[in-house]
Design a protein. Structure first.
Length: 179
């Protein structure tokens, strides 16, 4: 069966956006399987503060810096231009990083755009090259002390705050695969 061009493009865009979302989760949870699923093995990256092959990038982002115990990447709109088996995508990102400076934890925000070249191989879209553009950054100051709860109210359990590894979302999604 031949898929009409418009439907093929919609499916491609959906697959590309799913890769981007999976990658953001993989980076936030330091999950090598999710990160690996978003890139071709021969991919390259350039973040300005780090550039290298996919293997070098994976070794940099997973396990990540011990000084960054929490990250969260929020993806905005993605512009995708398709051309046969190549797609160019620009995705807006706002990222939060809790950074341990040794004497205190600080909350850092940054905003920018991922410029990704995707390639389709065997009906699968993955990133072939990623470049990060930075538009802004903001140091929010000393991070909140979660051990005191939220707004003066203590948490009823220890699973309410996120961490880069082994936070409650792992168990949450594990319910589906455990069934």
């Amino acid at each position: 069966m031949t898929i009409p061009d418009e439907l093929r493009d919609i499916v491609a865009q959906h697959q590309i956006r799913n890769r981007l979302v999976g990658l953001a989760r993989g980076e936030d949870r330091r999950d090598a399987t999710l990160v690996r699923a978003a890139f071709w093995p021969d991919a390259t990256t350039d973040f300005g503060i780090f550039a290298g092959s996919f293997d070098e990038y994976l070794a940099w982002v997973v396990p990540g810096a011990a000084a960054v115990p929490v990250t969260q990447h929020l993806l905005g709109q993605t512009l995708i231009e398709l051309d046969d088996d190549i797609a160019l995508a620009e995705t807006h990102v706002s990222a939060y990083h809790r950074v341990d400076y040794g004497t205190e934890h600080r909350d850092i925000l940054l905003g920018g755009r991922y410029l990704d070249t995707f390639q389709q191989r065997d009906d699968e879209w993955r990133i072939l090259q990623r470049t990060m553009l930075y538009d802004w950054t903001q140091d929010l100051g000393t991070a909140a002390d979660w051990s005191q709860g939220l707004m003066g109210a203590p948490f009823s359990g220890d699973h309410f705050t996120g961490t880069t590894t082994h936070d409650h979302s792992v168990a949450f999604f594990g319910r589906i695969t455990a069934s």
